[in-house]
Each structure stands twice: as C-alpha cells, then as structure tokens.
Design a protein around this ligand. Structure first.
Ligand SMILES: [Zn+2]
Length: 279
C-alpha cells in the first residue's frame, strides 16, 4: 500500500502517529541523505536502537521502502518508515516548496513594480545610463527637451552617421543602422511630445534640429523603412512650423529650414513631404 505524504496522520492509528511525532520531536532522525534523485537514506536512533531506513519517493507518495527492522517482507511499513516519511515531509518537502514559492515571487511583476517605485530603480537607471551607451543615447534623445541648452552638435554625437559598405554590406553596419533607426524613433517620439505639449522655445528649436538632422541619415540609408521614418519626421517638422506662433520663433525656424534645404545632406525624397513644400 502506498504511503501518501499529504496525510500520514490518517494512514496510521492516532497512537502510532503520536509515537512518530514524539520521535521526531526528540530528534531521533539523525541523518538524511539523498543518495539518488528521490531516493533517501535515514538513520533513526531511538533510546536503545538504531535503524537504517531507505525511502524512494514519487511526487506525492512513497514508491518503495526498506527498513533495517526487517518488516519489509510482510509489505507493511513499520513505524520507522512512517517516522522518516513524516520527518521528510516536515523538514525537506515543505522547505523545497516554500523555496519554490519564493522563487516565483522573485520574478513576479508585482516585485518588479515595487522596485520601479523605490530608489533601487533610480540606482538601476543611473547604472545603466553609465554602462549602456545605447540606452544612454536613447534616453538623451527621448528627453532632449529637458536640457536647458542643446548644442546643435548633440545629435551628431548621439547619432553618428555610419556609411554602410556599398558593395559588401557588413553585419556591423546593419546593426548600426538598426540601432540608429531605434534612436531616430526615440527622437521622433520626443519631438512629437514637444510639439503636442507646446514646449518652450528651446524645446521646439531642439525638436527642429533633431528632425532636420535626421534627414542626413536618409541620404545614407534608403529603403522602405527609412522612407517611412522620413515621412514621420516631416510630419513633425510640419507641426513645428505650424505650431510656432511667436514671430521670433517663426523667423528662426524659417531661417534654419532654408539653411537645411540648401544643405547638400538634405534630400527631397517625397513630392509632398519635404521642406520646400512646407515653406
Ligand atoms: Zn522499521
């Protein structure tokens, strides 16, 4: 008959259960070693006897047992076996299960959220900003409008132009292109935010420079994706021009846009979405 770990107290008499509980409380189980997976050897030392027990477990029950008191042959488990099983349930199995629960909790979304809301997250972000260049760049592009002053060259620094090999496109060039597209998207989202939230003049000017700079990339990377991004950026430029109400700002934007239009880096890729059309 299988012994189920779940409710050993129901499988033996109350008196027998009291007995094994007493043995466990007195520390009669002296040694427990897992000799193979799910196969355990125990040394049970009572006041006047020592028994070696061996129990093989399946997930919830005992598959087979062997006790030195030699009652195995009548197929009935002795109290030593029950004592070892109960001890195992209390000391090994319940601990393994609580560890499982802790591991699950470690990975939970709740815990991640908790971390997001305390200082650990700020420390994490700071560490990543120092350690991870791409994250740092994406962060700067995403929040460039928060800087008080923005040198025009910052976009050049963050998004250095990479010329892919014309004859033999190298993998590194592709990766670089891909990461630049990711960064451009950050810049795009930030520019949209500036315009949509009527940022101060510096923010609008920064957005303009960001979007104008982005065009340089499209001269180097012409494919379907760059065309799409090019259109997105022109939408931002259009919105910037449209949203600028102050005469000073309008004049400034006009001047910068003309300069950009005359720049050899600027390509008109689309009949309607281009600077000449907007001005
Ligand atoms: Zn026994």
């Amino acid at each position: 008959m299988a012994i189920f770990l779940e409710n050993i107290e129901l499988q033996i008499s109350g008196k027998a259960f009291d007995k094994i509980s007493e043995w466990i409380n007195k520390g009669y189980v002296k040694k427990a070693n897992e000799i193979k997976k799910n196969n355990w050897n125990y040394t049970l030392k009572s006041d006047d006897d020592i028994y070696e027990c061996n129990l093989v477990y399946s997930e919830h029950s005992i598959k087979s047992f062997l006790c030195a008191c030699n009652q195995r042959f009548n197929k009935k488990a002795c109290l030593h076996v029950y004592a070892c099983a109960q001890w195992h349930k209390l000391n090994i199995k319940s601990k393994a299960e609580s560890q499982k629960t802790v591991k699950k909790k470690d990975l939970s979304l709740e815990l991640v959220k908790d971390n997001l809301l305390n200082d650990n997250f700020i420390q994490f972000v700071n560490k990543e900003l120092n350690r991870n260049e791409r994250f740092n760049h994406a962060f700067q592009l995403r929040y460039f409008y928060l800087l008080d002053t923005l040198p025009k060259s910052i976009f050049e620094e963050i998004l250095p132009l990479v010329q892919p090999e014309k004859t033999n496109i190298k993998r590194s060039s592709l990766i670089s292109y891909k990461s630049q597209v990711v960064l451009l998207n950050e810049l795009y989202e930030a520019s949209i935010f500036c315009v949509a939230n009527a940022m101060n003049q510096n923010g609008i000017i920064a957005a303009l420079h960001g979007t104008l700079f982005a065009n340089k990339l499209f001269k180097l990377f012409k494919n379907n994706q760059s065309d799409l991004i090019n259109r997105k950026f022109h939408t931002v430029i259009y919105e910037i021009i449209r949203s600028a109400k102050q005469p000073d700002l309008r004049e400034y934007i006009f001047g910068e846009s003309i300069q950009c239009l005359n720049n050899s880096d600027y390509n008109i890729l689309h009949a309607e979405e281009n600077l000449a059309q907007y001005l």
